[in-house]
Design a protein around this ligand. Structure first.
Ligand SMILES: Nc1nc2c(ncn2[C@@H]2O[C@H](COP(=O)(O)OP(=O)(O)OP(=O)(O)O)[C@@H](O)[C@H]2O)c(=O)[nH]1
Ligand SMILES: [Mg+2]
Length: 243
C-alpha cells in the first residue's frame, strides 16, 4: 500500500495554481503547496486558492529559498506526516496532470523506485530549453555510467519519501533549479532506480518562467562537481555493485 501526497512548489504561479490543484486532486487527495517567499499579493492568492479545496496544506517560506529548498522542505514534511510517496508537479500547468494515473500505476508496481515523466515537447517549446536538457542528460549518463535516466530535469515525478529525504539530508541538496537533476543522480548512486513514462509538456502563451541564465551556470557548475565526484568514487561504487 502506498500513501501519496502531491507537492507543488509555487513561485509567481498563482494564476495557474487553482487549475493544477483541481486536476491533481482528481487522483491525489492530499496536496502541499510551497509558497516560496512570494510577494504579498501572490501569497494572499495562494492562500485563498488553497482554502477553496479540502486537504491542501500551504508551507510558507518568509523569503525565497528556491525550488530545491522548497521541495526538500515539502519532502521532509511528507515524511514526518507518514506518506510513502511525494508526487512533484509544477504550478505553472505545463505538466499533464491526467498522467498522474500512469504515474500512480507504476508507483504501486514499483514502490522503491522513482517514477518520472519523460517529456514530449510541443513545437512551441523554447529551443534553448530543449537543447539544455539534452546536454544535461548527456552529463547525467556520464555521471551515472548508464542510460537509465532518460530525463533529469522534469519536475513531474513520484519520490519514495524515506530514502529521498535521507539522501537530501546526507548531501544537503537544497539548491535552486539544480535540485531535480542532483537528486535523481544521487538516488541512482544510492541504488534507487528511476522508471519513466511518456508525458506531454505544454508551453502556454504568456506562461511565466523562473528559469534564468544564471540557472544554466548553476547547472554547469553542478555537473562539474558531480562528474568529479563520480570519477573519484568510481572504484568504491564498482566494488559495492560487485558485492
Ligand atoms: N518554491 C519555489 N518554486 C519555484 C521557484 N522557482 C520556480 N519554482 C516553481 O518550480 C516550478 C518550475 O518553475 P518554472 O519557472 O516553470 O521553471 P521550469 O519549468 O524549469 O522552466 P520553463 O521550462 O521555462 O517553464 C514551478 O512550479 C514554479 O512555481 C522558487 O524560487 N521557489
Ligand atoms: Mg515551467
Amino acid at each position: 500500500m502506498i500513501s501519496t501526497v502531491a507537492v507543488i512548489p509555487c513561485y509567481r504561479h498563482d494564476k495557474t495554481l487553482f487549475n493544477v490543484i483541481k486536476e491533481v486532486q482528481k487522483n491525489v487527495t492530499d496536496v502541499i503547496v510551497i509558497d516560496d517567499g512570494n510577494e504579498k499579493s501572490v501569497a494572499d492568492n495562494i492562500n485563498a486558492i488553497a482554502k477553496q479545496f479540502s486537504n491542501v496544506t500551504v508551507l510558507t517560506n518568509k523569503i525565497n529559498i528556491g525550488k530545491g529548498g522548497s521541495l526538500a522542505k515539502a519532502i521532509h514534511f511528507a515524511k514526518e506526516k507518514g506518506y510513502s510517496h511525494a508526487i512533484q508537479i509544477d504550478a505553472d500547468g505545463q505538466h499533464n496532470a491526467d498522467d498522474i494515473i500512469k504515474l500512480l500505476k507504476l508507483c504501486k508496481e514499483n514502490p522503491d523506485c522513482v517514477i518520472s515523466g519523460a517529456p514530449i515537447y510541443s513545437s512551441d517549446a523554447p529551443r534553448s530549453r530543449v537543447i539544455g536538457r539534452k546536454i544535461t542528460n548527456f552529463f547525467v549518463h556520464i555521471e551515472t555510467l548508464s542510460f537509465m535516466i532518460k530525463d533529469a530535469m522534469i519536475g513531474f515525478r513520484a519520490y519514495p519519501v524515506n530514502i529521498t529525504d535521507k539522501i537530501i539530508t546526507k548531501h544537503n541538496i537544497k539548491s535552486r533549479m539544480t535540485f531535480d537533476i542532483e537528486i535523481l543522480v544521487r538516488l541512482a548512486w544510492a541504488g534507487v532506480k528511476t522508471i519513466f513514462f511518456d508525458t506531454k509538456i505544454e508551453y502556454p502563451k504568456n506562461g511565466i518562467s523562473n528559469f534564468k541564465a544564471i540557472d544554466q551556470l548553476r547547472i554547469s557548475w553542478m555537473h562539474t562537481k558531480l562528474c568529479t565526484y563520480s570519477f573519484l568514487t568510481l572504484p568504491v561504487r564498482i566494488f559495492k555493485n560487485a558485492r
